[in-house]
Design a protein. Structure first.
Length: 464
């Protein structure tokens, strides 16, 4: 039932094809029959998964990688103007398409759900993708993280529903025209692109304003930024607003969240009826993500009890409190949290799971700009752990900022009473953690950078 491939995307070349967002679009295009090519900085399991679908993936960036007959060059906001393939595209007159425009074209003609918010997008989108698939609705989806294996961040389905993670970081979510929009929360983040909360609100208002006439906004009733956004868009006559959360006035009210180890049991009140289901990841915030997914599916006409049961089949996504393994009685878990709100939520979830045990954290700050603005709050969040090791800042796409280092976080953590230490050599972390951990402890690797690589290494040291 999917529409055809737009002419510009018949032979696309992706710069940075291995990235979470880019690889998903490339995968769907390959599954629809496009001749996909691209380049990435390094080999990866994602590159291999794309090759298995027939895509041509080059390693490294060079002008020669761009075929003369490419119909477009697809880029994300992270691609710099001096990239040799982008320069070559200009020389050849090949159109440049932003990732968000490519995704918007894939969603055209389908009933779409766009999931936005400063935190929780990947989890909520994944829950919907798994649940709709479990109900044999065969959705298409594009997620910012892998489900059960490399390349599972996206899929072309034959059904009429498309679920997409909608990225607010560069305002690209304003390109979509969803039937259902989810807004999980609204907070100040992405400091390189937004100077104030007013700019954030304006951006989200534009996103909500793109919902098709007669469509639905599913939005949190408990989070202050979401409440303010609801106030701002309530008067849109073509929009149905459905709130969810623990507030008494929520349309879909979270009645109770009961921790069950690394899972939760959630009871909601929907249309005056109680509905209880299981969420296979711990923490109140993940329970709320599941309720947002439930409300969105109901807005598309899917029976609530069927959808709730199917959401229970979701078993997590990579890097969202993902259990990496256990050795010497110590469980090692990986978290993508890199904003103070996310960090606090995941640490509180782990505190609930670590009854009678210690919680040890290895934290890697992500981006100089984020650390400059939110380093104090990050340090305060780490006070929830029993002990923390803090790595140097992972720069990603940014250049260093003078005076901005992990010391900003460490000083704030110590001021909040945290047991925290700096580790400048990432290779020294596994041995350090193995020396600290005792049977029954939980170890959490946390951050959006390459700190995730440390989990298996820590397990190896614990085993030996």
């Amino acid at each position: 039932m999917a529409p055809g491939i737009p002419a510009a995307l018949e032979r696309p070349h992706f710069i940075g094809i291995g990235g979470a967002g880019m690889s998903g679009i490339a995968k769907i295009l390959a599954q629809r029959g496009a001749k996909v090519a691209g380049s990435d900085a390094r080999e990866s399991a994602t590159a291999d998964a794309l090759r298995a679908l027939g895509a041509s993936v080059h390693i490294g960036h060079a002008a020669a990688h761009l075929a003369d007959d490419a119909t477009s060059v697809v880029v994300s906001s992270a691609i710099r103007a001096d990239n040799p393939e982008l320069v070559r595209a200009a020389e050849l007159g090949i159109p440049v398409v932003h990732r968000s425009d490519a995704l918007a074209s894939l969603m055209g003609g389908l009933r779409s759900i766009a999931v936005a918010g400063t935190h929780g997008k990947t989890t909520t989108t994944s829950m919907l993708a798994v649940a709709l698939s479990e109900l044999a609705l065969d959705p298409s989806y594009a997620i910012g993280g892998d489900l059960e294996g490399p390349g599972t961040n996206a899929r072309h389905g034959e059904g009429d529903i498309f679920v997409a993670e909608a990225d607010e970081s560069d305002r690209s979510f304003q390109k979509y025209d969803p039937q259902v929009a989810i807004v999980l929360n609204v907070e100040l983040d992405h400091h390189a692109n937004y100077a104030s909360m007013d700019e954030i609100y304006e951006s989200f208002e534009t996103f909500v304003g793109k919902v098709v006439p007669g469509g639905t906004l599913v939005i949190a009733a408990d989070q202050p930024g979401a409440v303010e956004l609801t106030r701002r868009v309530r008067e849109l006559s073509s929009l149905t607003v459905v709130t969810y959360g623990e507030s008494e006035g929520a349309d879909v009210r979270v009645h109770k969240v009961t921790p069950r180890g690394l899972t939760s049991e959630v009871t909601v009140v929907l249309n005056g009826r109680y509905l209880t289901f299981t969420v296979s990841v711990p923490g109140r915030h993940y329970a709320h993500n599941a309720v947002a997914a439930l409300a969105a599916g109901v807005a598309l006409g899917i029976p609530a009890h069927n959808l709730a049961s199917a959401i229970g089949k979701y078993t997590g996504v990579k890097r969202r409190l993902q259990l990496k393994g256990e050795a010497a009685g110590v469980q090692v878990i990986d978290s993508y949290a890199h904003h103070p709100t996310e960090m606090t939520a995941d640490l509180e979830a782990m505190r609930g799971a670590a009854t009678g045990s210690r919680l040890l954290v290895v934290f890697q700050p992500h981006l100089f700009s984020r650390t400059q603005e939110l380093g104090t709050e990050m340090g305060q969040a780490l006070a929830l752990a029993d002990a923390s090791l803090v790595l140097d800042i992972y720069p990603a796409r940014e250049d260093p900022v003078p005076g901005v280092t992990s010391a900003l976080i460490i000083d704030a953590a110590k001021a909040a009473g945290a047991d925290v230490a700096a580790v400048h050599d990432k290779a020294a972390v596994p041995a350090a953690v193995a020396g600290m951990a005792k049977p029954g402890d939980l170890v959490l690797t946390m951050g959006a950078g390459d700190v995730t690589d440390l989990g298996p290494q820590i397990l190896d040291h614990l085993s030996s």
